[in-house]
Design a protein around this ligand. Structure first.
Ligand code: FES
Length: 210
């Protein structure tokens, strides 16, 4: 025998006006909280970033860019811009390697001629004293000739024709401990006769006795 109490309610419109069984499924749904029910749908307008946030992002981007640029400049400090120029000091061999006369072996590489005479060896820096062109050695004419404006020089580099104002310069030469010739084209000896300059061609370092 079922002892559970029957749920009854008054229902005037039912066929049986006396009682009506109310099933659990017919219970009314619990009421949603008022706040959830009242929440409006999210629109695309609300998804747009606020103007203040955009401004803050721009400001922070500028700050980070500024800091990054400064950091790169700081790193650049450790890599100084250096100009590596070719060396001006060259070992060109031994005096016995050269025959008497003008030797052009090092003209292309070091811009010099090696000149050997019976009692000395010296090195002419291959630069015309007019405007700096590189003259040519003319063995058949036994002279240097500048292709730019026609200056001519003797085998010793002394000017005798054309606009060149003075002899070509001579580079510093010395012997190292092994007896090899070391040339330094950053140390030049001159003889500016047109200005009454002193003849430096006989200074120590301007030639090597042989
Ligand atoms: S540069 Fe050599 S003659 Fe003018």
């Amino acid at each position: 025998m079922d002892d559970s109490p029957a749920i009854t309610s008054a229902n005037p419109s039912a066929e049986n006006p006396a009682t009506t069984v109310v099933k659990p499924a017919d219970k009314p749904a619990p009421a949603r909280p008022a706040s959830a029910a009242a929440k409006p749908p999210i629109t695309t307008e609300e998804k747009k970033p606020e103007p203040g946030r955009v401004r803050r992002r721009l400001i922070w981007s500028a700050v980070w860019a500024y800091l990054a640029a400064n950091f790169l400049m700081f790193l650049r400090f450790f890599f100084p811009r250096a100009l590596f120029e070719p060396s001006t000091v060259h070992n060109i061999g031994y005096p016995s390697d050269f025959a008497l006369g003008v030797n052009e072996k090092f003209k292309q590489a070091y811009r010099i001629w090696v000149v050997k005479e019976p009692d000395r060896l010296f090195v002419i820096f291959a630069r015309c004293t007019h405007l700096g062109c590189t003259p040519d050695w003319k063995p058949n004419e036994n002279k240097f000739k500048c292709p730019c404006h026609g200056s001519g020089y003797t085998p010793e580099g002394i000017n005798f024709e054309g606009p060149a104002p003075r002899p070509m310069d001579r580079a510093h030469v010395e012997l190292d401990p092994t007896g090899a010739i070391v040339v330094d084209t950053s140390r030049l000896y001159t003889w500016d006769r047109s200005k009454g300059g002193r003849d430096e061609f006989n200074d120590p370092g301007a030639y090597i006795p042989v």
